[in-house]
Design a protein around this ligand. Structure first.
Ligand SMILES: [Zn+2]
Length: 411
C-alpha cells in the first residue's frame, strides 16, 4: 500500500512532537501491525521517542499493541496497530437544498449517517447556524461518547480557502466571502476543517479508495458541474491561492456560452448536465427549456442522432481539456467520477471521453490509467470526514492559518 506523502517520511528527530505523532499514526494506519523498531527506522526517530509517543497514543486509545514479533536472539517487540474505534470524525456535505452527514471511525468506516432536506442556498449570514445545528444533531444522534469525537470535516462546492477555513465563493450554495471553520469550531469545541468538496473526495480516494496505490493522479468529477482534484506525491495540491482545480470554469476556445460564474465560455457549459442539454439545443434547433439530462438520455436511447451527438460532444470536449492537464501534470492515473445525468449517459459520454484521450496517448509512456467510478453522495460525505482523518494522519495536509483547536485542548 502506498503511504500518503513521500515514501520517505518528511520528519527529523528534532521535529515537533505533533509532526512526529502524526507521522507515527500515518505509518501505523498504512502499514500496521508494525513493530516499534520499524516505525523508528522509517521516521528516523529514536526507539525511545517512538516508544514514548506510542505509549501516549495507546493511552489515548488511538492505537493498540497486538501480538509479539519475536526475532531470533532479540527481545520480543509488540506490534502496533490502529484501533479503528479509538476515535471518530464527522463529515458534512452541504448542498443548496439538502445536506448529508456521516460519522466515521479511524478506518474510514461509516458508523452513522444522516440527511437533511433543509435549504442553505442564499442564507449567507445563517449558514453557520444551520451547519452547527446539523453537526450537533449528527453527533448527538450517533450514540457515541462525545469525547471520542476527534474532528469535523466539511466539503463545500466552489472556491474554498482551506488554509483559512473560508468559503470564498460557492455559487451552488449562493454564499460568498464567508468564514466557516473558526466560528464552527468555537461553537462545537472540536477541530473543524473545510475544503472544496472535490478535494475532500480526492482525500477519501487517497486514504480509502481507488487511489491508495497512486501518488500522482487526477480526479475529475462530472455531473451538475465539473471538478478536479490534483494529487501530487500523495497529497492534494491546492495551488498558490488554495483554489487549484477549478477546471469547470476554464475557457473553451471560441465559446461564448454564459456561465453562472459571470464569465462566458466555461467548460461546464459544454460538458456538465446542463452543458450537454445546451449542446442538444444547438445541434437539433429544438426548444429545450424543460428538457432534463434524463430526457436527453432517453432521446439518445431511442436513436435521436442529435441527442447522441450532444452527449458525445460533451465527452470529447472534456477529453480535450484533460489532454492538456495530462501533458502538464503527467499523472499515472485519472479517476473519472460520474454522477447525476452524466452517470445515466455513461454509455454515450464516457466512450467519447476515453477515446479522445486514448487517441492522443495510446502507446505513449505517459498514457494514464483511466478509472471510472460512480460513487454516490455518501462517498462525497465520507470525503468530508476524510479531511478530518487526514488532519490526524498527515503533517501539512492542511496548513491552516486559523487556530485549529485539537481534541486534546478542549477536554
Ligand atoms: Zn464559469
Amino acid at each position: 500500500m502506498a503511504i500518503e506523502g513521500n515514501s520517505v517520511p518528511d520528519v527529523q528527530p528534532n521535529a515537533s512532537r505533533e509532526v512526529n505523532r502524526r507521522n507515527l499514526l500515518r505509518l501505523t494506519r498504512s502499514l500496521g501491525p508494525i513493530p516499534r523498531q520499524q516505525l523508528a527506522a522509517l521516521t528516523g526517530l529514536s526507539t525511545v521517542t517512538v516508544a514514548k509517543i506510542v505509549r501516549q497514543l495507546c493511552q489515548e486509545g488511538l492505537v493498540e499493541e497486538v501480538g509479539l514479533n519475536r526475532t531470533k536472539g532479540g527481545r520480543p517487540a509488540g506490534m502496533i496497530q490502529l484501533k479503528p474505534d479509538g476515535g471518530y470524525v464527522a463529515g458534512l456535505l452541504p448542498r443548496g437544498h439538502s445536506s448529508i452527514g456521516v460519522i466515521m471511525n479511524l478506518s474510514g468506516e461509516v458508523v452513522h449517517i444522516q440527511a437533511w432536506d433543509q435549504r442553505i442556498y442564499g442564507l449567507q449570514d445563517q449558514v453557520v447556524d444551520v451547519l452547527a445545528a446539523q453537526l450537533e444533531e449528527l453527533i448527538a444522534n450517533c450514540g457515541l461518547p462525545r469525547d471520542r469525537m476527534l474532528g469535523i470535516g466539511i466539503g463545500c462546492p466552489g472556491l474554498i480557502d482551506a488554509d483559512r477555513g473560508r468559503c470564498i465563493e460557492a455559487w451552488a450554495l449562493g454564499c460568498h466571502d464567508l468564514e466557516l471553520a473558526e466560528p464552527l469550531q468555537q461553537r462545537l469545541k472540536l477541530p473543524v476543517l473545510i475544503d472544496n468538496d472535490v478535494n475532500c473526495l480526492t482525500s477519501y480516494e487517497l486514504l480509502f479508495g481507488e487511489l491508495q496505490e497512486h501518488e500522482r493522479s487526477l480526479v475529475v468529477t462530472i455531473g451538475k458541474g465539473v471538478g478536479l482534484g490534483i494529487v501530487i506525491d500523495g497529497l492534494v495540491y491546492r495551488g498558490a491561492s488554495g483554489i487549484a482545480g477549478e477546471i469547470g470554469h476554464a475557457p473553451v476556445l471560441g465559446s461564448s456560452r454564459p456561465c453562472e460564474c459571470g464569465q462566458i465560455g466555461c467548460l461546464e457549459g459544454h460538458v456538465s448536465d446542463r452543458g450537454v442539454v445546451k449542446n442538444y439545443a444547438i445541434l437539433s434547433g429544438a426548444e429545450t427549456h424543460s428538457l432534463t439530462p434524463t430526457d436527453l438520455v432517453e432521446l439518445a436511447r431511442v436513436g435521436d442522432p442529435s441527442a447522441v451527438a450532444a452527449l458525445k460532444e460533451g465527452g470529447a470536449v472534456l477529453g480535450t481539456a484533460m489532454i492538456s492537464l495530462i501533458h502538464v501534470l503527467d499523472p499515472s492515473s485519472v479517476l473519472l467520477v460520474v454522477a447525476d445525468g452524466i452517470a445515466e449517459a455513461s454509455d454515450y459520454y464516457l466512450p467519447s471521453l476515453k477515446s479522445t484521450i486514448d487517441a492522443r496517448f495510446r502507446g505513449r509512456v505517459n498514457a494514464p490509467e483511466l478509472i471510472v467510478s460512480t460513487v454516490g453522495y455518501q462517498s462525497w460525505a465520507r470525503g468530508a470526514g476524510s479531511i478530518a482523518l487526514n488532519h490526524l494522519f498527515t503533517p501539512g495536509a492542511v496548513a491552516s492559518t486559523f487556530p485549529v483547536v485539537t481534541a486534546e485542548t478542549v477536554r
